[in-house]
Design a protein around this ligand. Structure first.
Ligand SMILES: [Ca+2]
Ligand SMILES: [Ca+2]
Length: 216
């Protein structure tokens, strides 16, 4: 279940000031609606401009009541992949694995295996943050130079799917202003890690993508 999707055709982004969004709310049948279903991947320069922020959102379209019952799947690992050499093969990974109400992060580290298979990089620097309960203030922890968060968030993605359908059907030529946000009032389960650029090589261009991987 490799997940890689980039909007706007941007595959390579500069660490110095990039913003990238990959949106994938409605997914392939094998993972659609499941706990490994990635909705979006964001990578952008942090408020501290020495840092880069990676955000992976999973389990989209959660209603408020569903969010209260939602949790991260302990059999699903979220892996942030970072290619620093321009060959679209990851040179660094950050892995996020939930266990007993906590999210554990491994890395950034050189992965032992690349591509479709991953193993948990247990010898890499390890960080942990309690998963923030729904409705609580965000629990953010600083560890090993990282700032980390895991928990439910309001889905930040905006898309007017009804109007999109009208455009595809030839009934409209563009979006309305204002449009109607299909994702308004729905939540996602979010994993956020802020990383000093120096830990990613510090300069130049990186390619980045996120994968969800189920334990086998
Ligand atoms: Ca590479
Ligand atoms: Ca990988």
């Amino acid at each position: 279940m490799k997940k890689m999707k980039v909007l706007l055709g941007i595959g390579a982004i500069a660490v110095a000031g990039f913003f990238m969004v990959a949106a994938d709310h409605i997914d392939a049948p094998a993972v659609q609606g499941g706990t490994s279903d990635i909705t979006d991947f964001y990578a952008f320069q942090g408020q501290n401009t020495n840092n880069v922020v990676f955000v992976a959102n999973v389990q989209g379209l959660l209603s408020p009541s569903a969010t209260a019952d939602a949790s991260f799947d302990e059999n699903v690992m979220i892996e942030f992949n970072i290619d620093t050499t321009g060959d679209n093969v990851e040179d660094l990974v950050i892995q996020a694995i939930p266990r007993d109400g906590k999210m554990y992060f491994f890395g950034p580290t050189t992965p032992g295996s690349v591509g479709l298979n991953s193993s948990v990089e247990t010898s890499a620097p390890q960080s942990m943050v309690e998963v923030t309960p729904y409705g609580s203030n965000a629990i953010v922890k600083e560890s090993n130079g990282l700032k980390i968060f895991a928990g439910p968030r309001d889905d930040p993605f905006f898309m007017d799917f009804a109007q999109y359908g009208e455009i595809l059907a030839g009934n409209a030529t563009g979006f309305n202003n204002p449009g109607s946000d299909t994702f308004a009032g729905t939540n996602v389960m979010s994993i956020v890690v802020e990383v000093p650029k120096v830990m990613l090589g510090g300069s130049g261009t990186v390619n980045t993508w996120v994968e969800s991987k189920r334990k086998q």
